[in-house]
Design a protein around this ligand. Sequence first.
Ligand code: T3D
Length: 265
Amino acid sequence: MTGAGSSFEALRYEVADGVATITLDRADALNAFDRRLKRELLEAIRAAGRDPAVRVVILTGAGRAFSAGQDLRERQAPDAPPLATVLRDEYNPLILAMRRLEKPIVGAINGVAAGAGASIAFACDLRIAAEAASFILAFGRIGLVPDSGASWFLPRLVGPAIAAELALTGDPLAADDALRRGLVNRVVPAESLMDEARALAARLAAGAPRALALTKRALDRSQEAGLEEALANEAFLQGIAGSTRDHAEGLAAFVEKRPPRFRGE
Ligand code: T3D
C-alpha cells in the first residue's frame, strides 16, 4: 500500500491494488467540509487522476457519517466568505473534478450524507450504502437551496417528483428507500461495506481503463444530449476506444478464451 497523501490531515489517502481509497476523516464533526477538507479532497482526486497505478477510487467517511456537508461552525465565523464565493471557488471545482476524473468513483456511503455531503455522494459514479446510511437534502433546513450539484444530480438519479420531495421537505431518505429509488446501487451490512466496495472496485480495476473513462464521459454527455447527438458522441468515443491496445487485447482474449489483461494502453 502506498500513501501519496502524507500531506493530508483531514482525510486518508491510500493506494493498493489499483484502487485509491479516500476516507474523509473529521469524524468528530461527522466529516463536515471545512476549507481544508474541501481543498484536500480536490487534491486527492487530482492525485488519483495523475497516478497511473490508480484505476478506481473509493470515497468513504470515517466514523458514523459519510459527511454532514458544509462545516456550519466555519460558516458562522465572522470572516466566512460569501456563500456564492465558497461554491464557485471550493465546491464547484471539486464536483467538476469528480466528474472529469477519468476513473470511476465508488462511493461507500457508510452513514448519513447531508447537504453538500449528499451532493458529493451523488457525484460518485456508483454508490454502495451501509444499511444505516441516509441522504438528507439539509439545505432548506438552514434556509439554503440545494447546491454542489444536488439540483442537477438528484432529478437525474431519482426523477423530478422524488427530487422535489427530498429537496423541499429535507426529509431523510433511508438506504433501503434510496435503493428502491435507484439512488444507490446496493445496500449492505455496515461490516461488509468496505469489502463490497473493494470487490466492486477490483472488478472495475480489471477493466480496460480507457474504455471506462470514455464510458463515464459518454454517460455524462448523454444527460445533456438528444438522441442524435448522443449517437454521434458514442461514435466519436468508440473511435478512440477502438484504437486502443486494450481493445485489441479484449478481442484476442475472447478468441483465445482467456481473461483479458488490460494495461490502459
Ligand atoms: O459555505 C457554505 O455554506 C456553502 C455550502 C453549503 C452546502 C451545505 O452543505 S449546506 C448544509 C450543511 N449541513 C447541514 O445543514 C447538516 C447539519 N447537520 C445535521 O443536520 C445533523 O448533524 C445530521 C442530520 C447530519 C446528523 O444528526 P445527528 O443527530 O446524528 O448528529 P449531531 O448530534 O447533529 O452531530 C454530531 C456532531 O457533529 C455535533 O457536534 P458535537 O455537538 O458532538 O460537538 C454536531 O455539531 C457536529 N456536526 C454535524 N453536522 C455538522 C457538524 N459540525 C459542523 N458542521 C456540520 N454540518
